[in-house]
Ligand binder design. Sequence first.
Ligand SMILES: [Zn+2]
Length: 293
Amino acid sequence: MELLNKCPICSSKQSENYLSAQDNLVSKDTFAIKKCSNCGFAFTSPRPDKDAISDYYVSEDYISHSEKKESIFDRLYNIIRDRNISYKLRLISDFKKGNLSLYDYGCAVGVFLDKASQKGWSVKGYEPSEKAKAIAVQSGIEIETPDQILSTEQNCFDVITLWHVLEHIHDLDDTIQKLHSLLKDDGVLVVAVPIADSWDAIKYKENWAALDVPRHLYHFTQSSIEKLFSKFGMKITSVHPLKFDSYYISLLSEKTPIFKYFAALINGWYSNYRAKRTLNYSSLIFFIQKNME
Ligand SMILES: [Zn+2]
């Protein structure tokens, strides 16, 4: 376990206890979430270090890495995932025209990259899980670490995507710096994260499934994303909702077995409704440009 003695965003050494949440997926252990007294950023601390964290990913339930279609729930998940992919691809092609070069950092089994390459884009991915990586490679996706790419070229991607990945990265600054170097000067970083002050996050508190401790090391808000990337001279240009996430996260967060589907529908819908003005959806996609204008 490693204790974070300063805020990963502003480096302040002052923090207060925010929440204490249970790992419902793998270990059933309880983890503390601290909140920076200076900038308000919430982070899991203490947390398993880089070597120990893999023990917390062993569950077969970690659905983003699995390709089996079994229960109705899994099937529904896959349908929604495919719709989400089309939505993500549309947002990117609205933002940047032409044959794009794209790097998906944390590409899992490569479903997104597969669809992106069908558009004629040239794609590459990175995936730390050996199991997921093997499946991606098998379906013809080229996998390289940022260091491997940087050893031969820089400024080579139009788009770098991190779909619910940023919150899993131990060496945050180091990784963002490398991705920054990999982006073309007019390139865009596309980052999706759960939003820790969305309506469903506040409603479910320590039971909010997107806290997902200890796998989620950070609990971002719109303002913490802005602060983090401004350290690298990067600027948010647009923000887009992931509207299915409020339903999915509400369902996973519900404790009452009988009414949970009904409650998840109501709470998911209400979370999206409340977010119309604030944009504080359960999950958000940020388009972040390399160079501030
Ligand atoms: Zn801070």
